[in-house]
Design a protein around this ligand. Structure first.
Ligand code: AMP
Ligand code: ZN
Length: 466
């Protein structure tokens, strides 16, 4: 039985889908620039959740929106004097490349907001018909939050204590809890701000606000009630609160049964964000010589409801953990003897599953895994592990990897012996402090498309990714 914390009820609840397939919606990127690794913390955790649901036998249908229209994408396109599509396309492509580098599984739907404008307009029309939305003096259409008595239900706001600004003037998609206001559903066209980018609608030319994008795409693709909706904690207010209000007022059904929010990735104990300028992209990390797997490991190895302070030392230790696993897998694959011993596998399997089922308790799951690694290494040291058990262990790690998606289970391809010889010469030269010769060997190795990795067990070669 898999339990997950539900932000709305503030309790861990069993995950049961309403229908035969669990419907999951995850707020995706705004493609005005490269996503940063804080964004990817959220997407990696969502991938961990998806894989865990599948691991526990559920069927999943998931949508992640691609926000290709908002103030930032429009500003970018106007500045470059190109179409919105031409402006966003490289960032869309980069986003999918980054997902792949982080081994994030493809989901069923990646809707572009610009392909769902008709659905958004329909929703807004419905909200105007039933009196929940109104056209303001400035030509934009607003949702009247006083029409939804449960507004604030998700983020536990007490509206009676708060002053609500019902002026219908605020066009910003994001604002804080001290500035609760009717929010914009349709932004009237402003030639200064929007250049030539607008859509026709019954309310006049303009474009949708950010919040209605998610409601329209989610309900169109997954139905009016979604089993699990995820995003980073900063999405909870106002974005998800607004999604609930407009969706429920439009369809008359509960919008989301289970809300999951991922805590932030921090840098120097501040939220990593574009506006603070304290961010790294995945590309920055790869340039520093780390791999997508190392970053994925770092991002998923802290529980999702705990903030994670990003450091390069953290990446080094992710690298060391993966190295430790790879060393064990190499040892296990090499075992050919027929010893009998009672390895730890059954207990470890149970511990790992129980930990994951308890609100994705990844720290407990990884400690079950590493206790197992320790025990298997000791059995190897004592030459007590037989081939059959070693293979069972490898199978267990492969099962775990369906969830983790990061274990170095696949043997590296054969390294040409001429390169192994060069490496040996380099190692000998280093021991003799002959730096000139060791540099020469390193350069020859690099020129043949391999990298040298110095590990506690000695140097090894890896094919360069470039
Ligand atoms: P955005 O493109 O800003 O809408 O963000 C895309 C996703 O990344 C949203 O789910 C955000 O909540 C999430 N996000 C943004 N910054 C961070 C961060 N520093 N740590 C974790 N998630 C984040
Ligand atoms: Zn959203």
């Amino acid at each position: 039985m898999l339990k997950l914390y539900n932000t709305e009820t503030r309790t861990k609840e069993e995950v049961v889908s309403l229908g035969p397939v669990l419907k999951m919606y995850t707020c995706g990127p705004t493609i005005y620039d490269f996503a940063h690794i804080g964004n990817f913390r959220t997407y990696v955790v969502e991938d961990l959740l998806r894989r865990t649901l599948l691991f526990f036998g559920l069927k999943v249908e998931q949508a992640m929106n691609i926000t290709d229209i908002d103030d930032k994408t429009i500003r970018g396109a106007i500045k470059k004097q190109i179409s919105l599509r031409d402006y966003t396309e490289p960032f869309r492509k980069a986003f999918f490349e980054d997902l792949q580098a982080l081994n994030i599984e493809k989901v069923e739907h990646y809707p572009n907001a610009t392909d769902y404008i008709a659905e958004m307009i329909q929703m807004i029309e419905g909200l105007m018909r039933n009196g929940c939305a109104y056209k303001s003096q400035n030509g934009s259409v607003y949702f009247s939050i006083q029409k939804f008595a449960q507004y604030g239900r998700l983020s536990h706001l007490n509206l009676t204590d708060l002053k609500v600004n019902a002026s219908g003037e605020n066009e910003a998609d994001e604002y804080d809890k001290d500035n609760i206001a009717d929010f914009v559903l349709w932004k009237a066209y402003d030639s200064q701000r929007d250049g030539q980018i607008f859509w026709e609608s019954p309310f006049g030319p303009g474009r949708p606000g950010w919040h209605i994008e998610c409601s329209a795409m989610a309900t169109r693709l997954l139905g009016h009630t979604i089993d699990i909706h995820c995003g980073g904690v900063d999405n909870m207010f106002p974005h998800h609160e607004n999604e609930i209000a407009q969706s429920e007022c439009c369809t008359g059904h509960r919008f989301v049964r289970h809300w999951v929010h991922v805590e932030h990735l921090l840098v120097d104990h501040k939220k990593m964000s574009k506006s603070l300028g304290n961010f790294f992209t995945l590309r920055d990390i790869l340039k520093k010589g780390y791999t997508g797997a190392q970053l994925r490991y770092l991002l998923l190895s802290t529980h999702y409801r705990t903030q994670l302070n990003f450091t390069l030392a953290g990446l080094d230790s992710a690298r060391a953990s993966l190295q430790r696993l790879e060393d064990l897998f190499i040892r296990l694959r090499a075992i050919r003897s027929h010893h009998m011993s009672s390895a730890c596998l059954d207990k470890a399997r149970e511990r790992f599953n129980q930990a994951l089922a308890d609100d994705l308790n990844i720290s407990a799951a990884l400690s079950a895994l590493f206790d197992c690694v320790r025990e298997l290494n000791s059995l190897c040291d004592e030459e007590k592990l037989g081939e059959e058990e070693a293979q069972d262990a490898l199978r267990l790690f492969a099962q775990w990897d369906q969830v983790l998606g990061v274990l170095p289970l696949h043997p590296q391809e054969e390294i040409p012996s001429s390169l192994v010889q060069l490496l040996e010469v380099r190692e000998q030269a280093r021991r003799e402090r002959n730096w000139r010769l060791s540099d020469e060997m390193r350069d020859q190795i690099l020129s043949q498309g391999y990298l040298i990795e110095d590990t506690p067990q000695g140097a090894r070669l890896k094919k360069s990714r470039k």
